[in-house]
Ligand binder design. Structure first.
Ligand code: NDP
Length: 297
């Protein structure tokens, strides 16, 4: 079988070009601004944040990175978020994960005003997603994955899909999105006992388990559509969670690593920030003064 490569990089470039055009056509002097909070000196986080900054600069979007030592206290971090929440020049706020273990991630994410939660990780936007609400800010990686899946033109309705990995930032939201698109979804994880059997019957496979080349080509159903979210390194070389070489010839579509889901994640984050900017321009800021306020979203 011929395997089509889903070109995430090209797709992301189109999204970014479109955003760049929209930003340069804005009538006001204002430009959307994303605030990125980074705690500690996690090397991977630094690379991801640098890439976000570069992409934002390229399309004329502001990106303010605030770096804090890993010893920052939870209350101090919450105060930073409160200030950003009430700063009218900041349109989107993200906290680069993971946070150090002494900080309660859910508490921090919950503090971001829902209208500025452009990662969509907060409980309010996650809840809206489970309601299949159009108001939900959908987190960047799952949103990018759906964009890539839809770009293939395949019918999603009634398809069997398996998502491997149940994290709050990738696995669970993508499973929810696929459900909302009428797929029948299995959400697999490290305690799943019969993964190859489940994959064998799946038309769509989304691999997000962070295990290099774990999913083998001979586990796949002939013609499966494979989305590889994993970012792993073997001897310094990037690879996904799918054994790409053995999936070629078996899958009908596959995303490469690098150049697949990764570039789409950044494009979707900036897209969410632009949308937040537009919404905030047309809706007055909430005046209740409460941080994390949901009166206005
Ligand atoms: P997490 O480590 O938070 O979650 C991994 C998930 O995979 C867990 O649910 C875990 O199960 C499951 N898992 C681990 N081992 C197995 C196994 N042997 N079989 C089945 N399931 C397993 O990772 P993330 O969701 O944050 O990220 C997943 C991957 O995606 C990583 O490689 C990450 O680098 C990449 N990533 C890529 C992005 C991109 O833009 N391309 C963005 C975000 C992440 P359990 O819950 O039982 O522990």
């Amino acid at each position: 079988m011929e395997t089509n490569i889903i070109k995430g990089k090209e797709c992301a470039e189109k999204v970014l070009q479109n955003l760049s055009d929209k930003i340069s056509a804005l009538p006001t002097e204002e430009t959307p601004i994303l605030a990125v909070i980074m705690v500690g000196d996690n090397e991977a986080s630094q690379i991801y944040v640098r890439n976000k900054q570069k992409a934002a600069a390229k399309i004329g979007m502001g990106c303010e990175v605030m770096e804090f030592s890993s010893s920052i206290g939870e209350n101090a971090l919450l105060e930073v978020i409160d200030e950003l929440n009430s700063n009218h020049h900041i349109n989107g706020i993200i906290v680069q994960l993971p946070l150090p273990s002494h900080i309660d991630t859910l508490k921090v994410l919950s503090r971001i005003r829902s209208s500025k939660d452009v990662d969509g990780f907060g409980p309010y936007n996650s809840g809206l997603l489970s309601y299949n609400s159009e108001q939900a800010v959908i987190s960047a990686t799952p949103k990018g994955i759906m964009h890539l899946l839809l770009s293939t033109g395949i019918e999603l309705k009634g398809k069997n899909a398996v998502v491997i990995g149940r994290s709050n930032i990738v696995g669970k939201p993508i499973a929810m999105l696929l459900t909302n698109h009428n797929c029948t979804v299995t959400l697999a994880h490290s305690k799943t006992t019969n993964l190859p059997d489940i994959i064998k019957t799946s038309d769509i496979v989304v691999a997000a388990c962070g295990r290099a080349k774990m999913i083998k080509g001979d586990w796949l159903k002939e013609g499966a559509v494979v989305i590889d979210v994993g970012i792993n390194r073997i001897d310094g070389k990037l690879c996904g969670d799918v054994d790409y070489d053995s999936a070629i010839g078996k899958a009908s579509y596959i995303t490469p690593v690098p150049g697949g889901v990764g570039p789409m994640t950044i494009a979707m984050l900036l897209s969410n920030t632009f949308e937040a900017f537009i919404r905030q321009q047309s809706e007055p800021e909430c005046s209740c003064g409460k941080s994390g306020c949901h009166c206005h979203h």
